[in-house]
Write a protein that binds this ligand. Structure first.
Ligand SMILES: *Cc1c(COP(=O)(O)O)cnc(C)c1O
Length: 361
């Protein structure tokens, strides 16, 4: 007899992050984790450094100043915002609070990996719905709703496909759900989106009792190391998250750097502009090499390879890694023919395309 975890826990495939090391100890080109190639706002770095002498103080457990600033920036009620140690923490807390053994957590076939991991670790059952053209399918999702469904996660735009549901489709998805199912719109890449028919979900949250929007500082804000995210919630859901989260779940350094980052929207504008330019450049130049690219609203592209021996995604991943160019393998997402590339700096993008050209030659 020995201690045993709850059912489901040992079915969790531990999350494997993007690679960060190149062979031979060379400095790698890190295009595997959708990090901002411009880095964080220098003002956020300064705020982080200035917090050093106060490390003996507990953080504000309510993240009040940061929530005020987020509310002002996005025109939201700060009382309905809950901050977390990355949006991953909030995803996990939502699943734990609303689902358990016997319950189902629904998402689309190539949805973000953390939804299934969180469901299993809560003892709930992950359920996926097929996609059409690598895009979430409203009817397929609704067809998978049962009386056991507790949460539906939709990353919009989705990682790793980069595709999205326009506002009208998002509203149709919500309208088709029973009121007791919580729709979580994971808008991790919302700041990158310029499509006019997109909405991040906040209007639905404001108007409905069963919709939550999550956001992160890990992507356009370039603060992945600090672990900072937030959720905009109906009051009852905010109350639940505030009960189940740890009292000091967001560090003081994350709060002060996040606040400075929110106040430096110029950095966000520059990061979005860089992404627009280089995502288009990458798309054109990669297509020119004969691989298939899915149009993306995020800071990454999904590349589809052929199944010709020596030319597969698996082969490409290894060959590029040999050259110090790190992309992300997609087998865990059910896309073994694909690799995901993050839009990097100009030098990184050019080096990645050159390496891929050599591989495909
Ligand atoms: C990167 C990402 C997140 C962010 O996770 P953090 O825990 O905030 O770093 C959430 N959802 C999706 C779809 C992502 O790609």
């Amino acid at each position: 007899m020995s201690p045993r975890p709850r059912p489901g826990v040992l079915e969790v495939e531990p999350y494997v992050g993007g690679e960060s090391r190149a062979p031979g100890g060379r400095p790698p080109l890190r295009l595997a984790s959708n990090e901002n190639p411009l880095g964080p706002s220098p003002k956020a770095v300064a705020a982080y450094e200035a917090a050093g002498p106060e490390l003996h103080r507990y953080p504000d457990g309510a993240s009040a100043e940061l929530r005020q600033a987020l509310g002002a920036l996005h025109d939201l009620d700060p009382a309905r915002i809950v901050c977390g140690a990355g949006s991953d923490e909030l995803i996990g807390l939502l699943v734990r609070a609303y689902a358990g053994p016997g319950d189902e957590v629904l998402y689309s076939a190539h949805g973000f990996l953390m939804y299934g991991i969180s469901a299993k670790s809560a003892g709930a059952t992950p359920v996926t719905a097929r996609e059409a053209n690598l895009t979430a399918d409203v009817d397929a999702l609704l067809a998978k709703v049962t009386e056991r469904t507790r949460l539906l996660f939709l990353a919009n735009p989705n990682n790793p496909t980069g595709t999205y549901l326009p506002a009208a489709a998002l509203r149709r998805l919500h309208a088709g759900l029973p009121p007791e199912v919580l729709l979580v719109v994971d808008a991790a890449y919302a700041e990158y989106v310029t499509a006019p028919d997109y909405e991040d979900g906040r209007a639905l949250v404001t108007a409905q009792d069963n919709v939550v929007m999550t956001r992160t500082f890990s992507k356009i804000y370039g603060l992945a190391a600090l672990r900072l995210g937030w959720a905009y919630c109906p009051p009852a859901v905010a109350d639940v998250l505030n009960r189940v989260r740890a009292p000091f779940n967001v560090t003081r350094t994350a709060q002060v750097a996040g606040l400075a980052a929110v106040r430096d929207q110029g950095h966000v504008v520059r990061s979005r502009a860089h992404n627009e330019t280089w995502r288009a450049w990458l798309m054109e130049n990669l297509r020119g090499l004969g691989v298939e690219i899915t149009p993306s609203l995020g800071n990454f592209l999904l590349i589809q390879f052929s199944d010709a021996p020596g030319r597969t995604a698996h082969d490409a991943l290894a060959a590029l890694k040999e050259e110090g160019v790190l992309l992300r393998g997609m087998a865990a997402y059910g896309l073994p023919d694909c690799l995901r590339i993050t839009v990097g700096s100009e030098a990184e993008n050019r080096a990645a395309v050159d390496a891929l050209r050599r591989f495909l030659a």
